[in-house]
Design a protein around this ligand. Structure first.
Ligand SMILES: Nc1nc2c(ncn2[C@@H]2O[C@H](COP(=O)(O)OP(=O)(O)OP(=O)(O)O)[C@@H](O)[C@H]2O)c(=O)[nH]1
Ligand SMILES: [Mg+2]
Length: 201
């Protein structure tokens, strides 16, 4: 007899869980994206932006923002039966860079969120993943009121390697966020397979 319990256990063992980072500049919508797509209540580490931090935090363009991530966001999404993603949102401010190496251990790939009004803020994240050969997609979070640019324009402005996907999204929208993650999984899968084949040839 197969009990419900062992069915569940089998499902658990055959399920694949992949680690994905959600990175990008300060206030670009990382916490928003993880919260929008997560099926579990997301873990957040938000702290109030302090007066003391105003001199070091670049809050230009994110005037409404009162909190910031100080360690990470965590969420989970099932892409399809047997495939879940564990999402780790990174802190956006420079002073928390030391956490990135820890967070990126074992990651399949990353989403670099970008805001076209402050595109340069995502350069450090792009550099970080390029140097470590971690596959990433750039997701342009289309804030209301921001001028819209095509994926090609963004790719050129960021001087991305040919083939690096650029996707337009709304970080507040679950389906839009899920689409970004699917693009990343497909792209990262192709990159890892190509590397594996290279290493055996
Ligand atoms: N209009 C609009 N507002 C957004 C969107 N995404 C995020 N926001 C708002 O922008 C602000 C910043 O969002 P967060 O998700 O905290 O940004 P973050 O990248 O996690 O910020 P840090 O962790 O401080 O680097 C919040 O007030 C969000 O409500 C969006 O797509 N459109
Ligand atoms: Mg955040």
């Amino acid at each position: 007899m197969v009990s419900e319990h062992s069915d569940a256990a089998d499902d658990e063992t055959s399920a694949l869980a992949l680690k994905i980072l959600v990175a990008g500049g300060f206030g670009v919508g990382k916490t928003t994206l993880v919260g929008a797509v997560s099926e579990i209540r997301p873990l957040r580490t938000e702290e109030l932006l302090s007066e003391a931090g105003r001199s070091v935090d670049d809050t230009d363009g994110v005037d409404q923002k009162v909190t910031t991530t100080v360690a990470m966001d965590f969420g989970r999404i099932t892409i399809r039966s047997g495939l879940s993603l564990y999402l780790f949102g990174t802190p956006g401010q420079d002073r928390f860079w030391f956490l990135w190496d820890e967070l990126s251990q074992g990651a399949l790939g990353a989403v670099v969120l970008a805001d076209t009004r402050r595109l340069e803020d995502c350069f450090p994240a792009v550099d970080y993943f390029e140097h470590r050969h971690i596959p990433f997609v750039v997701a342009v979070n289309c804030f209301t009121g921001a001028r819209s640019y095509g994926a090609q324009d963004v790719s050129r402005a960021l001087d991305l390697d040919q083939g690096t996907p650029v996707v337009l999204c709304d970080a507040r929208d679950r389906d839009s966020g899920k689409e970004v993650l699917i693009r990343l999984v497909e792209y990262a899968g192709r990159m890892h397979t190509a590397r594996l084949l290279d290493s055996v040839s």
